[in-house]
Ligand binder design. Structure first.
Ligand code: DP6
Length: 313
């Protein structure tokens, strides 16, 4: 028997940064994301005589295999009889939400493969354990993950929004978001202010999204991302993900937006810059980015589908 699941990355407009419960993975603050149709993960589970985990066609490390095994134990007592193959259509662990698409795909696939048929709340609780942000990739469109652990989708007119990711660095990041988050909670003097700000931002963001107020969405999202980075910069030792090239890109995006090319940026735990624009402006934006030597770009549209079973047999 085999089951194949597909899932997509989501990028947050209001970020999740900090866990109030490290065991259950419950955040301190609400976050809101959009699921995009790019940066996919395909995960196949297949009956086998022994456990193996292949990531991007290569045998995974012991640490990665153990993490997958521990995750699968939420679905079965016998993890030894499954072969797991996972394929990302983008660089893994470079701040492109690979853990979100990976664990949402694995959760969907395992729920089906082991015949658990868990309800959505149970599946969300398990998915979070793989990676907090993965819970948002279980769903398409705009998703809000609340600090009480619940997840809900928000109906908003985002069909014409477009994503352009500027690749600054494809290498694995120096510090994982899990470790960076923990260090921020433990040592940043700004952490409480971040939580208050992010919760306020989430409420404002939900309204702005429903109203389709692109300018307001951009202002909140950019300020939220910068507040998150400021909070981690104040940690001990400081956490600095941004590179010189990232900073150059941020300045350029601001300049282009001021010129009337509707766009704004957001940043995650990495140096790559995510730009959100509209259907009307995306071509001009891409042209201008390329003329400034930002040539490695990925473009996407919102996905109204979250993780799903794509094949079985
Ligand atoms: C900056 O979901 O990767 O992308 O729960 O520890 O696995 P863990 O963290 P993870 O963190 C994502 C952080 C972020 C912001 C966001 O996606 O909301």
């Amino acid at each position: 028997m085999f089951v194949k699941a597909t899932s997509f990355a989501n990028f947050a407009l209001v970020k999740y940064w900090g866990k109030q419960d490290k065991e259950k993975i419950i955040p301190y603050n609400d976050s809101i994301s959009i699921t995009w149709d790019i940066f996919k993960t395909y995960t196949i589970l297949e009956t086998s005589s022994r456990f193996s985990f292949t990531l991007n066609n290569q045998r995974a490390s012991t640490k990665e295999s153990e993490k997958v095994k521990a995750f699968l134990r939420h679905f079965t007592d016998d993890v030894e009889r499954v072969r797991v193959m996972s394929q990302n259509t983008f660089p893994t662990a470079a701040g492109l939400a690979s853990s979100a698409s990976a664990f949402s795909a694995l959760a969907k696939a395992a729920n089906h493969f082991f015949g658990c048929n868990y309800d959505s709340t149970t599946l969300e609780a398990i998915t979070r354990k793989g990676s907090g942000s993965a819970v948002r990739s279980l769903y398409g469109g705009v998703v809000r993950w609340q600090r009480d652990g619940r997840v809900r989708t928000i109906d908003a007119p985002i069909e014409d929004y477009r994503l352009v990711v500027i690749m600054i660095d494809e290498n694995k990041k120096a510090i994982s978001s899990r470790d960076a988050m923990e260090r921020t909670v433990a040592t940043s003097p700004f952490f409480n202010a971040w939580v208050d700000q992010a919760n306020t931002d989430a409420n404002k963001m939900e309204h702005a999204l429903k109203d389709g107020d692109f300018t307001q969405i951009g202002q909140i999202a950019t300020q939220n991302a910068m507040t998150m980075h400021a909070t981690m910069l104040a940690a001990t030792p400081p956490i600095l993900y941004l590179k010189d090239k990232s900073m150059e890109a941020l300045a350029l995006i601001t300049e282009l937006n001021n010129e009337g090319i509707e766009c704004f940026y957001t940043l995650d735990a990495g140096s790559n810059v995510k730009v959100i624009t509209t259907k009307t402006h995306v071509e001009t934006l891409v042209k201008r980015l390329k003329s400034h030597q930002f040539t490695k770009l990925y473009q996407g549209k919102p996905s109204f589908k979250g993780a799903f079973i794509s094949d079985e047999g």
